[in-house]
Each structure stands twice: as structure tokens, then as C-alpha cells.
Design a protein. Structure first.
Length: 62
């Protein structure tokens, strides 16, 4: 539960309480923002390389 409290403070988890139940949901907005800011720029280059590799392999180039 301590880990969930940290994630809740960071706004990465949304908590809904219904009586004795606690429902935890991922907050996708900050996760998407992290992806856009840090990961997307590197992933784009790798996807382009993989696309080029696929094209080269399908055309028979070495």
C-alpha cells in the first residue's frame, strides 16, 4: 500500500473508494506526457530504422 500511496501522490494512480473497497486506476495522462517528452524521440528513430530494415530485406538488398 505504501507504493500505491507514492504513485497516488505523483498523480500516476487514481484512487476511488466505495465503502470498504478501494479501486486503483492508472492515470494515463501523465504516463503519455512522460512518453511524449522522454521516450518518443528515441522510439521514432528506432521505428524508422526497423522500417528501413524491413524494406531492405523485402527488396533483397544487403
Amino acid at each position: 500500500m505504501q507504493h500505491l500511496a507514492v504513485l497516488e501522490k505523483a498523480d500516476l494512480v487514481i484512487v476511488k473508494r466505495e465503502g470498504k473497497f478501494r479501486w486503483n486506476y492508472l492515470n494515463s495522462i501523465p504516463i503519455q506526457e512522460i512518453y511524449d517528452r522522454w521516450i518518443h524521440q528515441y522510439a521514432r528513430k528506432n521505428v524508422q530504422l526497423l522500417k528501413s530494415l524491413k524494406t531492405d530485406l523485402e527488396s533483397g538488398k544487403k
